[in-house]
Design a binder for this molecule. Structure first.
Ligand SMILES: [Zn+2]
Length: 292
């Protein structure tokens, strides 16, 4: 089965390379059309890679982030569109400072929803992915990404909503991608113990907040995509200003990841087709040729 369309909605450039990236690379390689929609330009992302904190980079960040995004999309084999909103930044401190004027999280929901509906009606995806109601990570743009995606999933199929945004298109399934899975880290640690080596993410595991609960209880769908982990990592490294190549994301070698946890995890949030849980395919239940 090929020729189906998958749309992955993300808050910032680089999110598409760290959340469900190997899954998108796999579907693209298997002949499906994959479109990443990036809601903001990532303008407020700090330089997180010391090697990139150099003159000529910091003073042209918006442009640099566009170049990085284009390279990441090329590596993953996906198409990419900007929705044109401005990064809200991650407010830090106690109390948190107010969000900057005009930023994405402050724009009335209707506006990004209409723009995303327009892209949905043009690309006509069978499946969409986004984040859960907590954003997967408590950034105001990630929570907004969830709200906009859910609103656009509903509105795109309703001819009475945004009639000027093109003919109605019903997306068949909506998923939340889940990346922070405790069990995955615990299995990595067991593998290090077997090898008699210290686990490089021990501190990370210790800091894990128990109130986050076990997200695996919400996972309905696991996509085997370990062959595409190298592309995922290359795409992430293409966001050179945002990613420290010596950071924890790359701490566990690929061969261990591929052996111990070869999948990416999703939660089927809404569906208009019948499907049996658990699933191993985002397109499960969508018959080829039925909904072109
Ligand atoms: Zn982000």
């Amino acid at each position: 089965m090929s020729g189906l369309r998958l749309m992955a909605v993300h808050a910032h450039p680089d999110d598409e390379s760290s959340k469900g990236a190997a899954t998108t690379a796999r579907y693209a390689a298997e002949g499906h059309e994959v479109l990443v929609v990036t809601l903001t330009g990532g303008e407020r992302g700090d330089i997180l890679n010391p090697a990139m904190d150099i003159p000529g980079i910091r003073d042209r960040m918006p442009e640099v982030r566009r170049e990085e995004m284009a390279e990441a999309a090329r590596i993953l084999g996906v198409q990419q569109r900007w929705l044109g909103f401005v990064d809200s930044g991650l407010p830090e401190g106690d109390p948190k400072p107010p969000l900057p004027e005009g930023c994405f999280a402050l724009v009335p929901l209707e506006e990004p929803t209409r723009k995303l509906v327009e892209v949905i009606r043009e690309f006509r995806p069978h499946v969409m992915t986004t984040y859960d109601e907590n954003g997967g990570y408590p950034h105001p743009d990630h929570i907004r990404c969830h709200e906009v995606s859910v609103a656009a999933y509903e509105a795109a199929g309703d001819p009475d909503r945004f009639p000027e945004a093109g003919p109605a298109w019903k997306v068949q399934k909506l998923y939340y991608s889940h990346g922070f899975i405790r069990k995955r880290l615990e299995l990595f640690r067991e593998e290090y113990e077997r090898r008699g080596e210290p686990f490089p993410m021990e501190e990370w595991l210790k800091r894990w907040r128990t109130e986050q609960g076990d997200i695996m209880a919400r996972v309905t769908t696991q996509i085997t995509c370990s062959d595409y982990f190298p592309k995922r990592d290359d795409a992430l490294r293409a966001h050179a200003t945002q990613i420290d190549p010596n950071g924890s994301f790359f701490a566990v070698p690929l061969d261990i990841q591929q052996k111990v946890w070869p999948t990416e995890e999703f939660e089927l949030a809404k569906t208009r087709v019948h499907t049996a849980i658990p699933e191993t395919d985002l397109f499960a239940g969508i018959e080829d040729g039925q909904v072109r």
